[in-house]
Design a protein around this ligand. Sequence first.
Ligand code: ZN
Length: 476
Amino acid sequence: MPGQNVGRRDFMRRAATGAAAGAAVGIVAPATASGAEDPASAKPDAQPADMALSDIPNFCGHEHWGSIMALGTVEEGFRADVLQGTLPVRGVTVWDLVLDPYGWGWLNSGGSDLGEKTQAAGKRDFFAWWNEDPARAFAAAKPLLERHRLTGVFRCTARGIQTLHGVDISSFDQDAWVAADRRVAEAYNDIHAWHPKAMAKAGFEGLVRAVHPEFYSRTDDARGAASEKGYLRTLMRIDPLTALWTKKNPRRDQLADMVHVDPVDAKTWREFIGRILDRARDGGAVGIKQLQAYHRPLDFQHRADGEVKFRGALSDEEKRSFEDWVVHECCKQAHDRKWPHQVHVGTNNLPQSSPLPLEALAKRYPGMPLVLLHCWPYLAESGYLAKLVPSIHIDTCWQAVLNPAFYGEAMRLWLGYVPQHKIMCAHDATSVEMAAGSALFVREMLAKEIAATGGGRDTGQALLHDNAARLYGGGH
Ligand SMILES: [Zn+2]
């Protein structure tokens, strides 16, 4: 969202409250579509016969599958990021995938207010409207959404739906949307069986999602949690910790109870962070992640213990100082554990989200691989850091979802400049469908740009799979 200055957290929240407008509960039983073709055995989207990289598995090192309204939200964020084994709170519709937080957010930021039309029709949210009266809901959404049909998010999701469910919604034919809806609902009847099945079909091998600290102690569905462990690795988000300074703070109190340390000063905060990271490690975490780029610059200063106030009524300067201290302490502990640390850069809060200040942080904690996410529009700056700082890596995730051409631009800039063990290609998608569509664009454009530089399959193997598998472990 260049120039919009909209933080992703606000953006997600707005999407949650806007798209949701009471989206909460049980609208419709998922369609059963008896006799319908098994979506996962449907023919994949036609792929160019000369696409040389289609058989190389793609390790998805940064995703948000499950950040859709049908899975619901809790105070800390999307339920899928707070509770293990999250199940949908209502039937999943094709619109949950298309009007995800990105699609819905950009519809609004682009000036198309589907929420207003929904309210004018007297419906509590668009998903309910679709279930109750598909013809009128479709007629309201179509002209607004068609304006976005060339943008990355719609193209990725539509292409993923075609690949995984065998229906082309990009024609904006209502019958196609009804057919896609039925297949999506059926697949998501068992979301934790659907994810691995869809991953196999999309050629994904390895999935990493960032979750909240509470995820390692809370479960929605035990059976779902057991299945999820079979296909998901996690990173723990550290940005929630930077908000735990207020005098009264129920979230801090809960975490303190969980790890038996109440953080009040530098000593107890170090212990608190250490125990939370231990708990995350015991729950399978393979690193940490943060998205402060969306509301502050990334020049995290090193602060001495004595100059930081850890609790109370903090001024803006004191808050900044506390945030800096927490980020440095998390980085120090990640460095000791040799854990990767994903940091969002660019895409929002421009021009405050430049990655350049991260060079100092990376050099201070060299044992912590630092992964710059998205990088657009700071493609040159990110490539420069990856080339010149041993621990800095770059991930193209979200580029294709913004605009597939951004990914092509990144490859043109980076392949001839950055060594190939530094570049990774995740998708930052809110559903496996969006990721599958993004991956098709990525594979095609990567093949083209590799050919243009005279490279071979080894480069595709490194970027699509090996680099992320090495960093996040496993990789089968
Ligand atoms: Zn992300």
